[in-house]
Ligand binder design. Structure first.
Ligand code: SF4
Ligand code: SF4
Length: 232
């Protein structure tokens, strides 16, 4: 029948229109529909209903912890008067190797005697090419590169402003703890676990009594870092 498709489309639009207001009413007594972690969980699941609209850029919705945007480099928290602390990156080059569009360039530092230094002298990411896949962060063995939540990177100058250098990329670990508290805590626990495992191995080599079965990473850590279960 002519016009049936149009009617069906209108019905879907009407359904979204009505459920938007019903959902608004549902969340009024539960802390609101927009700036609320519980509402965010529902919105991101198949149970999400209605249309979500905010007056961006005046209003911004919080992004979930697992949100991924252009990566940044982790440093220690800076000493007083400085912007960054020591780089966590050892310039091993693994992130540049696994990056699918090959948008990472690293230049390793050199010691005064000419030997390589485990720190990057230069580090660039072309953010026009980066597709925010997060593989660099997944593969980095030193937790030194993380996916950022800062998605407002548009500029009028794409020839220089879109090549992020080491200075632009570096952010202290406290920033990562702030934007991804659960994951940062799980990574810290995993690092401690590795250090403890190394100490146990050393003690074994030194002839100390074997303390029994090797412990496993706790479940709550594996939930945050499932891929690490393959290694620990
Ligand atoms: S960010 Fe990580 S993977 Fe990339 S070079 Fe540095 S230490 Fe290696
Ligand atoms: S997020 Fe993906 S594309 Fe972007 S730098 Fe990392 S590996 Fe490359």
């Amino acid at each position: 029948m002519y016009g049936l498709g149009i009617l069906k489309g209108m019905a879907v639009t009407l359904k979204h229109f009505v459920t938007t207001y019903l959902d608004d009413i549902y969340w009024v007594a539960r802390g609101g529909r927009y700036y609320n972690d519980d509402a965010l969980q529902v919105r991101q699941s198949l149970k999400g209903r209605g249309v979500i609209t905010v007056f961006y850029p005046e209003e911004k919705l919080p992004v979930p912890e697992r949100f991924r945007f252009v990566p940044f480099l982790v440093t220690d928290d800076p000493p007083p008067g400085q912007k960054w602390g020591h780089d966590w990156c050892t310039s091993c080059g693994i992130c540049a190797k696994v990056c699918p569009p090959q948008c990472i360039w690293i230049e390793r530092g050199k010691q005064p005697n000419g030997r390589p230094k485990p720190e990057p002298e230069k580090f660039f990411i072309d953010i026009d090419i980066c597709m925010n896949c997060g593989l660099c962060a997944e593969f980095c063995p030193f937790d030194a590169i993380k996916m950022d939540h800062d998605y407002e990177l548009a500029s009028y100058d794409r020839s220089t402003a879109h090549i992020h250098d080491k200075e632009r990329l570096s952010k202290p670990i406290s920033y990562w703890r702030e934007i991804a508290p659960k994951k940062a805590a799980a990574e810290a626990a995993a690092r401690e676990f590795v250090e403890a495992a190394k100490a146990r191995k050393k003690a074994k080599r030194g002839g100390e009594a074997d303390a029994g079965e090797e412990p496993r990473l706790p479940e709550e850590v594996l939930r945050q870092l499932p891929y690490r279960g393959e290694y620990y």
